[in-house]
Design a protein around this ligand. Structure first.
Ligand code: FAD
Length: 611
């Protein structure tokens, strides 16, 4: 039987004890039990190893389950797309209107259902936005795997002290193993994202939960050590050890950094100054990993968990390099230098800017994607994410305006609409507003595109809801669907965009783009609800210059009525999307869940701008 010597260090031989290692292979020749006591111990080791396998691989099985689910739904979408673009007759679409039996119930009660009652996206006090039931299930499984792993001890057969040392070892091991998913979930170039089709908000949610588990493991790890040493040697003796043994000193620095990291990531700090939180989080996070690596390295002999930390640091460094390379590729060329951005302050009391960035490459930008932009003239050190609202190629093909692959000189212009918050966006608006003609030009960089894993190309009927700047996300889908309709690349037969704005002036944000949408009658309908202006201001273009597919109404829409009306006239499979304030997203979610009762294929896609 193999044994591992747990936490031996020169000045503390009193705590050195032999603990069976759950992570080490047992050589069967060595492990052949001879006496009943050895047999019992052998059985215990096998149980521990099975426990490890079950708990660690549990996560793997969840990922496989998600992959299978995603594979089946993607396969169905692919088949539907092929079938409905080849044969556009209404009967062909209606064939895809019925959902696979059982899936509406699954969507209503698990996939789209908020964890509790009706609220999900709308912030609820200290908790922020809540997970869906599906996300909750994944979190519960993940937490159970971790708690199960660290508490899977030989409680019955070993004295408390040994159990404590086992707990110390297991919590340390679980903590380091969690570093890799923790870092992966912060990456923008995460290969799992397109494979599992998970959005940035799910990423952030899982990152937070993995972080909380690491904190839990850290507290258990340090708690076990402290209880043992303070009992034996008192606080003074324990502090003496920390100061004299490098392995313990590094552990202490790691513990302190971890606690500060947690405290500075609380919502109160994030809301106070997001940039401060973000930069502190990165610096403290790297410090925590380095201290953990030193803790493992200085342990005699170095602990194998060191490799988990090295792998996590490698993921961090490689991903940062990918970000910079991507940024360089999109925004810089030898002949033209860096990209330029035109920033305009938009009219109206809802403060917003429009940025049009001329990229240095031609790029095919999927709808639903976002990019991180950095501007030389305003906070050049910070990059912020914004949804791509509109794409204009420099050399459009009359049939497919996005296709210009053959022209080596072709580039792409990308536009964003930016609502004013309290930091970068406020400075941007102020600078543009103070500039001649309320606009200025600066150099900038574009890093993206990211996200956009939900293709709407296979749906016969698309209903999109947007609140205020949420229009950016949805308008790009509308642009792609209208272009796809002309080229026969999408299945859509009817597209409805519902946009809720406070004042009519917001229509100026998208005026020229809406005018350029060229589609057959009945294909596109844009319903604008203005909640604050009761009367259309004089001279507004909407009085005399409204495209025929746009209607402007005052007041709030009845979201459930709108969804219900579209479901009554559903053409083929339907997708309902929302991007806007949490309350709007929750209303749309509730309406879509209600509509699942019809047994039809109705999918729900949600995008949020918050973390
Ligand atoms: C995927 C995605 C797409 C987005 N698309 C749009 C869009 O099309 N139009 C739009 O107006 N807004 C969009 N946002 C929100 C936008 O990124 C923030 O409003 C902007 O970063 C605020 O900057 P600030 O310094 O003025 O904010 P602050 O007032 O400092 O902070 C307000 C909030 O903005 C977010 N934020 C601030 N800085 C950053 C940062 N560096 N990285 C990430 N988030 C940050 C935080 O949630 C913070 O709580 C999007 C956000 C995300 C995540």
């Amino acid at each position: 039987m193999e044994w591992t010597c747990s936490h031996q260090y020169p000045h503390d031989m009193s705590s050195t004890m032999m603990v069976p290692s759950a992570t080490m292979p047992v050589t069967m020749a060595q492990a052949t039990p001879k006496t009943p006591a050895e047999l019992a111990r052998h059985r215990q080791i096998i149980l521990l190893m099975l426990g490890d396998a079950f708990l660690w691989y549990g996560l793997f099985y969840v990922a496989i389950l998600m992959l299978v689910f995603h594979g089946v739904s993607s396969g169905r979408r692919y088949l539907r797309h092929r079938a409905t673009i080849a044969e556009t007759a209404p009967e062909n679409h209606q064939r895809w209107m019925s959902a696979i039996p059982g899936t509406p119930l699954l969507k209503k009660h698990l996939l789209y259902a908020p964890f509790w009652a009706r609220k999900r996206a709308e912030k609820s006090g200290w908790f922020g936005s809540l997970p869906t039931r599906m996300q909750t299930l994944v979190i519960i499984i993940y937490v159970a795997c971790n708690v199960g792993y660290i508490s899977h001890l030989d409680w019955a057969h070993i004295e408390t002290r040994t159990a404590r040392m086992q707990l110390l070892g297991r919590s340390g091991c679980a903590m380091t193993a969690n570093f890799i998913p923790l870092i992966l979930l912060t990456t923008r170039n995460n290969p799992l994202e397109p494979i599992l089709s998970i959005g940035h908000d799910t990423h952030v949610l899982m990152h937070r939960w993995v972080g909380r588990l690491i904190l839990l493991n850290l507290l258990v790890h340090v708690g076990c050590w402290t209880v043992g040493h303070v009992t034996d040697e008192g606080w003074h003796g324990a502090m003496g050890l920390i100061l004299s043994v490098p392995f313990l000193g590094a552990g202490f620095i790691g513990f302190t950094t971890g606690v500060v990291l947690f405290l500075t990531s609380l919502q109160v700090i994030r809301r106070w100054k997001y940039e401060v939180f973000l930069n502190l989080h990165i610096v403290l996070g790297v410090g925590f990993l380095l201290a953990g690596a030193a803790h493992c390295y200085f342990h005699p002999p170095p602990m194998p968990q060191l490799w988990f930390i090295v792998a996590a640091l490698a993921v961090f460094v490689v991903e940062r390099i990918c970000r910079y390379l991507r940024q360089l590729y999109c925004s810089w060329s030898f002949s033209a230098g860096a990209s330029t951005a035109i920033v305009e302050a938009l009219p109206g009391t809802t403060k917003a800017c429009k940025i049009t960035m001329q990229l240095r490459q031609h790029m095919r930008l999927r709808p639903g994607t976002h990019a991180y932009i950095r501007l030389e003239a305003v906070e050049p050190w910070a990059s912020h994410p914004f949804s791509i609202a509109w794409v204009t190629p420099s050399v459009p093909d009359p049939l497919d305006p996005e296709k210009h692959d053959d022209d080596p000189k072709a580039t792409t212009a990308v536009s964003f609409i930016i609502g004013v918050e309290n930091g970068f966006t406020r400075k941007l608006y102020a600078k543009a507003n103070a500039s001649p003609d309320a606009q200025f030009t600066t150099r900038g960089s574009f890093e993206g595109p990211y996200g956009g894993h939900h293709s709407l190309a296979s749906y016969g009927h698309v209903v999109l809801f947007a609140g205020a700047t949420g229009i950016c996300h949805q308008l790009r889908y509308v642009q792609a669907l209208v272009q796809g309709q002309r080229t026969g690349a999408v299945s859509a037969q009817r597209v409805v965009l519902v946009w809720i704005i406070r004042e009519c002036h917001a229509l100026y944000w998208v005026r020229s783009w809406i005018h350029s949408l060229n589609c057959p009658p009945g294909f596109l309908e844009i319903k604008v609800f203005v909640t604050r202006d009761r009367v259309v201001p004089q001279g507004m273009w909407i009085n005399h210059d409204l495209p025929r597919f746009v209607t402007v109404m005052s007041g709030r829409p009845g979201v459930d009525v709108l969804v219900d009306t579209e479901v009554q006239e559903q053409v083929g499979a339907m997708c309902v999307g929302v991007c806007g304030p949490g309350a709007l997203a929750d209303d749309v979610r509730a309406a879509v869940r209600e509509a699942q009762g019809t047994g039809r294929e109705i999918d729900f896609v949600e995008e949020s701008f918050g973390w």
